[in-house]
Design a protein around this ligand. Structure first.
Ligand SMILES: NC(=O)c1ccc[n+]([C@@H]2O[C@H](COP(=O)([O-])OP(=O)(O)OC[C@H]3O[C@@H](n4cnc5c(N)ncnc54)[C@H](OP(=O)(O)O)[C@@H]3O)[C@@H](O)[C@H]2O)c1
Length: 205
């Protein structure tokens, strides 16, 4: 890893959107830390990004639905002295559901895997950032959200709620951390096609 290259953590790095984000960032000279669960996919994705003369990349396996896995991820990030300049955070994709009153257990599981877990991971990533606005050094966080953060969709009942939670959390972080030089944004994607896309077409509520 080059001394001067900026380091960006990308979660969901082996998925359709994550792979495209990683390729763009790697080709622009960033050094990446790829995160997802499947180690063999992470290894292959890292290898595919390597280019002579450009910074190298590495991976850390993490399951965002598991507190223990996130704790181990955070420990690895903290102990190797990583200083992150950016994070692209992709909470796991939610399955479509038209059930507007899902059972409590489903809510608990979804809040854990799609909000609480990714937020804990983000917290540990932020703790490694060293922005210094007086020196023009800033850090950036982009949270990949979905169009359900602005428009409720009938077949994405749980996404409608969780994406709005992320939008509110991103605004809260942006207000709290902007002056420190940590910028927080969300990107609310509509249906995004890629070669293995599993996204169901939207149905307006
Ligand atoms: N595709 C769309 O049309 C669309 C539209 C709007 C928003 N989005 C959002 O964009 C993001 C990426 O979408 P995508 O289509 O690229 O999804 P995808 O192809 O299904 O990729 C999901 C990625 O997340 C990882 N992942 C899944 N569960 C995880 C977990 N519990 N812990 C850690 N990593 C996990 C997967 O790797 P492992 O399975 O190895 O963990 C994979 O790298 C998601 O947040 C999705 O909701 C997508």
């Amino acid at each position: 890893m080059s001394e001067t290259s900026k380091v960006v953590l990308v979660t969901g790095a082996t998925g359709g959107i994550g792979s495209a984000v990683c390729l763009r960032l790697a080709n622009s000279g960033y050094s990446l830390i790829l995160a997802a669960r499947d180690i063999s996919k992470l290894q292959a994705a890292c290898a595919a990004l390597e280019r002579p003369g450009l910074p190298s990349h590495r991976w850390i396996s993490v399951d965002m639905s598991s507190d223990a896995s996130i704790a181990s991820f955070s420990h690895e990030l903290a102990t190797d002295g990583t200083v992150l300049d950016g994070v692209v955070l992709m909470p796991p994709q939610m399955r479509p559901t038209g059930d507007c009153q899902p059972p409590a257990d489903m809510w608990r599981q979804l809040f854990q895997s799609n909000f609480i877990g990714p937020l804990e991971l983000l917290k540990s990533a932020i703790s490694t950032m060293r922005p210094d606005p007086s020196q023009g050094r800033r850090a950036k966080i982009v949270i990949i959200s979905a169009i359900t953060s602005v428009q409720a969709l009938g077949n994405y009942a749980t996404s409608n709620v969780l994406r709005c939670a992320w939008l509110a959390q991103a605004k809260t972080l942006a207000f709290a951390m902007g002056e420190r030089g940590i910028h927080v944004n969300t990107l609310s994607l509509g249906g995004t096609l890629w070669h293995r896309s599993t996204c169901a077409p939207p149905r307006l509520a």
